[in-house]
Design a protein around this ligand. Structure first.
Ligand code: SF4
Ligand code: SF4
Length: 384
């Protein structure tokens, strides 16, 4: 009787679940030199790829869960090994076999909360539109110009709510007919998918797609590059195509059309941190910078690792839910770099980045040295 070796089965599973490209790796090690983890600890994506090639990855170890899907190594891999697809395939296998080490407990909680309440934060669905109270934000109807889809974090998190609130104020100032779907929205599902949980992702996505179609949505405005990426590149896998626009693109559109005027002096030195999912994954580097340069008096200085080479904040790929030791946070390096440039404001355009950079700013005792701001908050200050 013929029996199949367990290793062969694992190799087949890696292939079936999206990690087939591991076979192209010729172990040059370029990925390890680029990976931000090697700035703070030792981690070898190259070794993980090699183990996957032989069907022997240790899927219960944290290394399988380290990749933040920042996109830096896949851009420069000479063999197009698709490292992000490979690690997500390994995480799918871990999900399939119910492998769940203690450090993944917060990921399990996020998954339970997503299924029960549509958000990963354990917050009540009924409170999803509370951030908009008193801001004259209407429920979306199909005659409106655009649907504003705030991500879960700018909906519920105390600090990050300032981003959705600034966005609503800017849209109202520009007279944009916009609305929200409030309690009818679910998380876009981007991060849970990167942890290998395809079922929860599909359930979030299908419900959102149905809600968008039922409500006549055509154009969606987002604050988070993670929502942007998923709506633009992953929902089409489920046969759903909506026009998606990131707030930095839309604010520029409003300013260029004369619907929004920035005239107030903003006499500060500012540096801009490119979020991985806006920059490397979607090529939006210029709009945020063009926006900042519109502000009279603003001095824009560039960090050494910017645009395609931007340093990840550490929150992608589901890492937003996994504890990272203070000494291993990439965002600490980023804040230190910005401070070293003499910047008064570290600007970015992603709620995950704001969260990570704010934590580092406070952990490093730089509260009186530098501010962390989303671009919407800066533009609002320059208008009011
Ligand atoms: S850069 Fe590509 S080919 Fe080189 S070791 Fe990494 S995955 Fe393999
Ligand atoms: S995608 Fe980024 S975090 Fe993931 S292995 Fe490559 S460089 Fe490291």
């Amino acid at each position: 009787m013929e029996t199949e070796s367990p290793i062969k089965e694992v190799i087949e599973e890696i292939k079936e679940l999206g990690g087939d490209a591991v076979k192209f790796c010729y172990q040059c090690g370029k990925c390890d030199t680029l990976c931000p983890w090697n700035r703070v600890t030792n981690f070898s994506i190259r070794r993980l790829i090699r183990e996957a090639t032989f069907g022997i990855p240790e899927i219960d170890l944290e290394d399988v869960w380290r990749c933040t899907t920042c996109g830096r190594c896949p851009r420069e891999c000479p063999r197009d090994v698709k490292q992000i697809d490979d690690v997500v395939a390994l995480r799918r296998i871990a999900n399939l076999y119910g492998v769940s080490p203690t450090f993944l407990k917060p990921v399990r909680s996020a998954s339970v909360s997503l299924t029960a309440e549509g958000n990963p934060l354990g917050a009540e669905r009924e409170k999803r539109a509370d951030w908009a109270e008193g801001l004259n934000v209407k429920t979306f109807t199909e005659e409106m110009e655009i649907l504003y889809f705030p991500c879960c974090y700018v909906t519920y998190d105390q600090r990050l709510k300032e981003i959705s609130q600034a966005t609503a104020k800017l849209l109202n100032k520009a007279g944009v007919p916009f609305g929200i779907l409030g309690t009818k929205e679910n998380c876009c599902g981007e991060s849970i998918r990167k942890t290998g949980n395809e079922d929860v992702f599909k359930s979030m996505a299908r419900e959102n797609i149905k809600t968008f179609i039922d409500n006549g949505v055509k154009r969606i405005l987002v604050s988070s590059p993670h929502c942007y990426h998923t709506f633009k590149h992953e929902y089409p896998e489920l046969k759903a195509n909506f026009e998606v626009v990131h707030i930095t693109e839309y604010l520029l559109e409003l300013i260029n059309a004369g619907r929004l005027e920035v005239s107030k002096e903003y006499g500060k030195k500012v540096t801009y941190h490119d979020p991985c999912y806006l920059g490397r994954h979607n090529g939006i580097y210029d709009d945020p910078r063009t926006l900042l340069k519109q502000l009279p008096g603003l001095e824009l200085v560039e960090m050494h690792e910017s645009r395609e080479s931007s340093l990840c904040c550490g929150m992608g790929g589901g890492r937003i839910w996994i504890d990272t030791e203070m000494s291993e946070r990439f965002s600490n390096l980023r804040v230190k770099e910005a401070v070293g440039l003499g910047a008064e404001v570290l600007a970015t355009a992603c709620p995950y980045c704001v969260d990570a950079l704010e934590e580092s700013r406070s952990g490093l005792n730089y509260e009186d040295t530098i501010q962390v701001k989303d671009i919407t908050e800066i533009i609002l200050e320059a208008i009011t």
